[in-house]
Design a protein around this ligand. Structure first.
Ligand SMILES: Nc1ncnc2c1ncn2[C@@H]1O[C@H](COP(=O)(O)OP(=O)(O)OP(=O)(O)O)[C@@H](O)[C@H]1O
Length: 259
């Protein structure tokens, strides 16, 4: 089943076509990666898929519903979660508190109950705490509930971000470079976590430069180059595609590519 579909997406900045007529389909419970050389348009695309940018043209449907142009909180409420390339962690909070901040979409609190600290509010807080505790365990941070975020190592903070995004119970999770800055062991742990999330039914869309991770974890890979979709397919298909090889060589060795 196709959970999310983007058709003919385009976005320009001034005269620059950052994304130029891209079609994508994300299947429920699968791991998809979006790769491409620097400046290919990956960030622009993920920003459209999460509702941060409205596309200039094209449509985005989620679970059969057209959500094009809706504000970002409506994308989140529909079931689209994301993490960011740069950590969006509250460093003055504990790990548990950070994850609890991700629950507000699912457990909204009325002003009256917050002011009166009703029984309902206290029950909701307990449920929220229990859920956050469970999510920390799920991402491999069991025992870190009361650890201050500013004392956690970088690899743990990347997982904390994922736990916080999961707190909103997304059906589709966009991960923006979850392995950036991680060593090989930590990247393998992220790989295992992504697989576990997909196996539990969460649809994953990964933007990532770490090719070992992409090739290992993905069911389907989309390759962007200069705002267009250059190729798509299984990891084996795209890695043997001559156009993809050329695009990557071209970005790393411009002299050789244009010789
Ligand atoms: N807000 C913006 N204003 C103007 N130009 C932008 C903006 N955002 C992106 N661009 C341009 O659009 C093109 C695509 O950028 P984008 O950041 O989406 O690529 P990317 O594939 O994510 O690159 P990287 O791998 O380096 O993060 C680039 O030429 C970039 O300079």
């Amino acid at each position: 089943m196709t959970l999310m579909r983007a058709t003919g997406l385009a976005k320009s900045f001034g005269g620059l076509r950052a994304i130029d007529g891209v079609d994508l389909a994300f299947e429920a419970g699968k791991v998809h990666s979006i790769i491409g050389p620097n400046g290919a348009g990956k960030t622009t695309l993920i920003n459209m898929l999460s509702g941060i940018y409205a596309p200039d043209t094209g449509t985005i449907t989620f679970d059969g519903e057209d959500i094009t142009g809706r504000p970002v909180h409506r994308f989140a409420a529909a079931g689209i979660g994301r993490t960011f390339q740069n950590l969006q962690v509250f460093f003055n909070m504990t790990a548990l508190e950070n994850v609890m901040t991700g629950r507000h979409l699912r457990e909204p609190v009325s002003l009256a109950s917050a002011l009166l600290r009703t029984r309902g509010l206290r029950d909701a807080e307990t449920a929220c705490r229990d859920k956050a505790h469970e999510l920390l365990r799920r991402v491999g941070l069991a025992g870190a509930d009361h650890v201050a975020a500013d004392s956690m190592p970088y690899g743990a903070l990347k997982r904390l971000e994922i736990a916080r995004a999961l707190a909103a119970e997304p059906r589709l999770l966009l991960l923006d470079e979850p392995a950036a800055g991680l060593n090989a062991t930590e990247a393998r742990e992220i790989d295992a976590l992504i697989r576990k999330l997909a196996d539990a039914g969460t649809t994953i869309v990964l933007v990532e430069h770490n090719m070992a991770l992409v090739m290992e974890v993905s069911d389907h890979v989309f390759v962007l180059d200069r705002g267009r979709k250059l190729a798509e397919g299984t990891p084996a298909e795209v890695s043997s595609n001559p156009h993809v090889i050329e695009a990557y060589l071209g970005s790393e060795e411009p002299e050789a590519a244009h010789a």
